[in-house]
Design a protein around this ligand. Sequence first.
Ligand SMILES: *Cc1c(COP(=O)(O)O)cnc(C)c1O
Length: 402
Amino acid sequence: MTSHNQQLTDQVVQIIENLFINVEKPIALHEPSFSATEIEYVENAIKSTYVSSVGEYISKFENEIGRITGSKYVIAVSSGTAALEVALSAAGVKPETEVIVPTLSFVATANAVSNIGAFPYFVDSEPISLGMCPEKLEKVLSTLVFDKKNKRLINSETNRAISAIVPMHTLGHPCQIESLIQVATKYGIPVVEDAAESLGSFKHLANGERKHTGTFGVAGVLSFNGNKVITTGGGGAILTDNENLAVLARKLSNTAKIPHAWEYQHEITSHNYRMPNLNAALGFAQIEKLQSFLEKKRKIASYYENQFSNLDEVSFLSEPAETTSNYWLSAIRLNEGDLKTRNEILNRCVENEVYVRPLWDLLSNQPMYRSCQVSDISNAIKLHSTVICLPSSAILSTYFEN
Ligand SMILES: *Cc1c(COP(=O)(O)O)cnc(C)c1O
């Protein structure tokens, strides 16, 4: 390691250590916050005996998610991964086709594609939002061949049709979704947004309105896993304004039973992915705190930004222009850093029980996806080796007084 990088490592570790000097260790990357209402609502659900896939909290939870996101239809399911699988299927993704996903994402994005029998095709991100790069996407789509007979775009290297594009809103920061949709529309490919990390994140539109992430494509998905902004224990949701897609998604996520007083007739093969009422009760209590969580996370972000502002070699990852981020995870980038510097910082912080984390290992490098198609991913490689995610639980705002 060069002496310069050693100095940078020491400076970054020092700043992070000082931040948590008076905080009880270990410091989680992201832990949920609960109070009495979570216990009360879950207890209500138990007392009602409706603990599974029927119960009042499911529709209450779905309605609230609809109110917050502005999505016309919301289907609550058992995980974000399940939501992605259902959304992709409902959007028309068939086995043996390819779905374009960012290589810089959590493994669930590619797993959902793979679980429904399709193949991920990995593309690059851009360094501002960390989301899929519209120019790189266009470059990839321009290499596809139009199959006139079946009216589909074919990847001539694999002979498979491209059936969807899945941009992801990384760490809660809205990606360049409007440009991505513009490119996708030009080629007639549906967009399903992985908005798992971005509940409470908005794009500012030219007309002054704010539009929630996950509501730009034909469908979008949210996750309510324990480490996300709000949690249902485990859970996810499909967002869409398309009635037919919503009806199909609901069928795919339960048993597709034809309503009848006593007969068991089912329309299609389906999953059992419905969110249990117990989980929806927990989530309904969490939604009441969403605004306060978002304010706290913004406070945490601005505190970190301030702490690192004197270090030229480090940039705090701020929300992109014309967006409001939920700041799910605050993160810094080492401008001149490399993988070795990053790892040294991670090692030393984790030794001190401050659980900073890197971005995910690139999906195109994971053993099960190494044989999939991958385009030029130079930005993602750089981002992967230089970004460090900082502890971002809402509770930390109590220690961060500006
Ligand atoms: C959390 C997450 C998901 C979904 O995860 P689940 O644990 O299945 O709810 C999907 N994509 C991304 C990018 C995520 O961060």
